[in-house]
Write a protein that binds this ligand. Structure first.
Ligand SMILES: [Fe+2]
Ligand SMILES: [Fe+2]
Length: 365
């Protein structure tokens, strides 16, 4: 039916309706839940650590809120399918939610349905017409992701970068290192931290990452600061605090970087991280002031990794912080600067992350 909405009122009206639905979803999930657009008129919501039955309550709340929401042209209702994580892999969960969704539609739309009624700790909201839609890209099951060591995971992510693009990536990162000696190896460490955080988030089921997502995260973290190539030395190397004009130029680097990579197909999958690594959970970041789960999960992960490494490193304007102080700062900023789920992953991975920092300090000495 959504196709009819577009056909009757035009695509801009359809887009506006989707935005309103997304707002309803975000307003009615719990702190720490993830909401994402799956494609077309489909959305998914993930409720980590929900108690039994809670997903049903949240789904009903969303259904009611959407039915009560005013839309400019015609009422919009949601059909919602629920699945729980005993289905195993993310793919099996989505399939189960999908079958429940069809049952909900069959019963007359504007309904919530679940295949099973126990332990409803995850759910997927979908409102779709197209049966052919490919639900999840190729990926690993949760068990496979858990069993893959971080080195193997990184090796696979690295291996996914086309051979022809590798010299280009090396040249781009080397160029940045030349410009900014103080951030040398920064991108490399941010990548290592980010991959660990992502794996931990998947294992704790606070994020669903497909194989492709891991590859994009690896590439995005490597290139996250590439837009700094457009920031003049006088600003990049300035030992004093930046003036407001200088700050304005510095704050353009996520957009500059995204523009640079957007037209390079092998590297364009890095764009979400490049663009969003300075957004903040509380909406006070830049360039777009996005907040909460409207920031791509890769960007939220990269933000923790990036700030932690920056704190531990010497910069023209500040000495390197002791590792424990940097750790305390990341934890302090959970829920303000950072996604609490990503900070939880950071704390759980602390022994591995601190070991990497120690190695880096010893190498530099
Ligand atoms: Fe940056
Ligand atoms: Fe950075």
């Amino acid at each position: 039916r959504f196709k009819q909405y577009n056909d009757s009122f035009g695509h801009p009206a359809g887009d506006e309706a989707l935005r309103l639905v997304a707002q309803v979803l975000r307003a009615n999930v719990r702190t720490g839940d993830l909401v994402a657009r799956y494609g077309g008129e489909e959305f998914s919501a993930i409720l980590p650590n929900a108690i039994p039955g809670e997903a049903m309550v949240v789904a009903e709340r969303i259904r009611e809120a959407c039915a009560a929401q005013e839309f400019p042209h015609r009422d919009v209702t949601l059909s919602i399918g629920i699945a729980h994580n005993s289905h195993g892999s993310p793919g099996a969960m989505v399939e189960s939610a999908d079958r429940a969704l069809y049952a909900a539609k069959h019963r007359g739309r504007n309904q919530v349905a679940a295949e099973a009624t126990v332990l409803l700790d995850h759910f997927i909201v979908v409102n779709r017409e197209d049966q052919e839609f490919n639900l999840l890209p190729e990926g690993w099951t949760l068990e496979e992701t858990k069993s893959l060591g971080i080195d193997r995971l990184s090796e696979i992510a690295e291996g996914a970068i086309p051979e022809a693009a590798k010299p280009l990536i090396r040249a781009l990162t080397a160029m940045l290192d030349l410009r900014d000696r103080d951030t040398e190896r920064h991108s490399d460490r941010v990548t290592r931290f980010a991959m660990r955080l992502a794996k931990q988030a998947v294992v704790r089921k606070t994020a669903i990452f497909t194989q492709n997502d891991f590859c994009d995260l690896h590439l995005g973290a490597l290139l996250h600061d590439i837009g700094k190539a457009g920031v003049p030395d006088a600003i990049l190397q300035k030992p004093e605090a930046l003036s407001s004009e200088e700050w304005a130029i510095m704050r353009q680097h996520p957009v500059r970087g995204a523009e640079l990579l957007a037209d390079m197909p092998p590297l364009s999958s890095a764009v979400p991280i490049v663009r969003s690594h300075h957004e903040r959970w509380d909406g006070m970041g830049y360039p777009r002031g996005l907040s909460g789960t409207s920031i791509p999960i890769e960007g939220r992960i990269a933000a923790v990794a990036d700030v932690f490494d920056a704190l531990c490193s010497e910069r023209p304007y500040k000495p390197a912080w002791p590792m424990q102080s940097a750790y305390a700062e990341i934890v302090r900023c959970s829920g303000t600067h950072f996604d609490p789920a990503c900070v939880a992953a950071f704390q759980l991975k602390w022994s591995e992350i601190s070991a990497l920092v120690t190695v880096a300090i010893n190498k530099a000495a």
